[in-house]
Structures are given as C-alpha cells and as structure tokens.
Design a protein around this ligand. Structure first.
Ligand code: AQP
Length: 334
C-alpha cells in the first residue's frame, strides 16, 4: 500500500471567491482532508501583495477566506489551515530557492505575462517572484500532492523543476510534488466570455458567480450565460459556453458530463440553463449560510489560524533548517 499523501495548497485572501475557485480548488481541499496526512491549506496573504491592494483590508479578507473555507467543509481537526505570513519560513525559503530558480523560467510564466500586461500601476518584482514563493510554500512541507485548478499547472511544473535542481545541486532533500487537478471543472470559464477562465482579477460581474452570491443573483447570471447558435446540449470545440455549463452541472450534481448530455438531449438551452442555475444554488447555498454564521466571530477565526500556524511551523522549520545546512549556512540561527 502506498503511503498517505502530504497535501498542500494555497488560496488568495478575498471575500469574493468564485465558482471556479470552489470547483477547481476548494472542493478538492475538502476531499483532500480525508486522505492527506497531513492536508495543509494556506491563505496566501504574502502572494496577495504582488498586485495593488489595500493594507486596511488585507486582514479582513483573510478572515473572509478562512470563513469560506470552513463553511465549505474544512475542519481544523482534520487539516492544517493557516495564514502564510504567520510562518516566516515561507519567505526565508523563497530566497534560498531563488538560487536554483532560472530567471528565464520565471520570464515564461503565463500568469506573470498576463497580470503584468494588465497592471496599471507598478509591475512589482513580487509578481515576478510569485512562483518562487509558491514553490517555497509547497516544498517547505515536503508535500507530495498539490490540488489546484488548471491555471496553476505551469507554476507546479516550475516548483517541480526547482525541487529537482535543488536536490541535484545540494543533495536529495526536497520532495518533487505531483500536480492534482480535478477531472471535471479544472478550468471553469467566464459565463459571458467562455473562451477565458472565470477569474478574480479580470472579472466581469455578469460572467462570474461568487460563492457568496444570493440565489437570485446566481439564477440571473446563469440565465444570461452566453451559449451558441445551436440547439444541442453537447460538449464541443465550438461550444465553449455549453461545454462550461455541462461541466458546472456535472460537478454540482456529482455526475459525469455524459449523464448531463443524456438528460438534456432534445431539451432547449433555456431549460438547461435553469437546471444549471438550480444545481449551483444547491451547491453554494449551504456554504453561504454557514459563512454568515462563522464570519462575525473573528476571534474564533483567528484562533483557528493561530493553531494552524503552530502546526505548520513545526513542519516547515525543520525543513528550512536542513535546507540552510545543505546550502552551507548554520542550520538553526539564534
Ligand atoms: N476558473 C477557474 N477554474 C478552476 N479553478 C480555478 N482556480 C482559479 N480560477 C479557476 C483555482 O483556484 C485556486 C485558488 O486561486 P487563488 O485564489 O489563489 O487565485 P488565482 O489562482 O490567482 O485565481 P483567480 O481567483 O481566478 O484569480 P486571478 O485570475 O486573478 O489570478 C487555485 O488552485 C486556482 O487554480
């Protein structure tokens, strides 16, 4: 029998987590806490400062995200949930790993290219360094599995390369993690522009369903989702909108895409979109309701994060001490 996986994933702090985040990532986290030993989930506030942000709001957004994750089913008794900036080993390891990270590789990252092109103010070095910090997040825990959406594929490939290069240069120490993306829903698309992914930083309000949207808002957005001039509820290359809706309904109901196609054979797009809306309402309503109960108690959220940080530090600190030692520093400074 193979050993239980060590699972790690990070999520940015915002109160506006969308259906793509939920289906591509959060759902996998909840499943992962049953298998991971441990399963570690991190609210990546250090990543959040790589683009323009409001310092007054950062702490609030961390609480928003913590409450969303707990409402979605993360249980601090079965996973480690913490705030990235509470564990300083992440920043130290970022610098150490930068010694084995190629500048050319960072230059090729799609996310940097996309986000820097859209940046109206400063294109920060932090945005360029984002993938090194992400590598440090995962490698500090010697994680074996990284559950993410499809858009993070290139970053996970880079962290694997960083781990390999470190091991070749300084000795076998780091674990080369495996990418884990969901079979269905790895890339949920914008409802208004189904050629591009549903996204936080490049969002169209009508094309983005938020986890905390009221049922009426969800019905409205799905009702006006862009489809095509055809009539068949089938997946296809020229049917990006319908394909996306099929994926969303399949995940919402826990069935496969072929079953959705069979059920809606001969049905009109209008009825199909109504069914997708009801599927999404049922998927998200319990999360929204539980969030409303959890979010006001910031002391309780802070206590969850503090306890998580302590557990996280106990794993990350020895790894970083060993990395220091292998790289020629004293292992544990005063
Ligand atoms: N559209 C998506 N479909 C499936 N999975 C997605 N993810 C993001 N968009 C989709 C996954 O959600 C996880 C957490 O993402 P994040 O909060 O760290 O932010 P992100 O990766 O930067 O994605 P966003 O929210 O869409 O923001 P933008 O577009 O501004 O970068 C990740 O596992 C991600 O793969």
């Amino acid at each position: 029998m193979s050993a239980a996986p060590i699972i790690f994933s990070g999520i940015q702090p915002t109160g506006r987590k969308h259906l793509g985040n939920y289906i591509g990532a959060i759902r996998q986290y909840v499943e992962g806490q049953e298998r991971g030993e441990p399963a570690i989930f991190c609210i990546v506030d250090l990543h959040a400062i790589s683009v323009a942000y409001d310092p007054q709001e950062l702490r609030e957004r961390v609480y928003d995200t913590t409450a969303i994750l707990l409402a979605a089913g993360l249980d601090p008794a079965r996973c480690i949930l913490f705030r990235q900036s509470d564990v300083r080993e992440h920043t130290e390891l970022t610098w150490l790993l930068s010694a084995v990270t190629s500048h050319g590789d960072l230059n090729r990252m799609h996310q940097f290219k996309d986000k820097s092109a859209r940046q109206r103010e400063l294109v920060s070095a932090a945005l360029f360094y984002y993938p090194v910090l992400m590598a440090a997040d995962v490698l500090a825990y010697r994680a074996t599995e990284v559950p993410v959406g499809d858009d993070q594929r290139q970053h996970v490939e880079l962290m694997r390369e960083i781990a390999r290069r470190f091991n070749e240069r300084f000795g076998e120490l780091l674990v080369v993690p495996e990418l884990l993306i969901p079979e269905v829903g790895a890339r949920i698309m914008d409802l208004q522009e189904p050629e591009r992914k549903m996204s936080t930083s490049n969002a169209s309000e009508a094309g983005t369903v938020y986890v905390l949207d009221e049922p009426e808002a969800i019905r409205k957005k799905l009702g006006s989702a862009v489809t095509d001039s055809g009539r068949e509820v089938l997946r296809g290359e020229d049917k990006a909108g319908i394909t996306n809706l099929i994926d969303i309904l399949a995940v919402s109901r826990g069935i496969d895409q072929a079953a959705v196609e069979a059920e809606f054979a001969g049905a009109g797009y209008g009825d199909f979109k109504k069914a997708v809306a009801e599927g999404v309402v049922e998927l998200l309503a319990p999360v929204r309701e539980r969030y409303a109960e959890l979010r006001p108690d910031e002391a309780a959220l802070e206590a969850v994060l503090a306890a998580g940080a302590e557990k996280a530090r106990a794993i990350a600190a020895p790894t970083v001490a060993e990395v220091r030692e292998h790289m020629g520093f004293v292992p544990a400074p005063l």
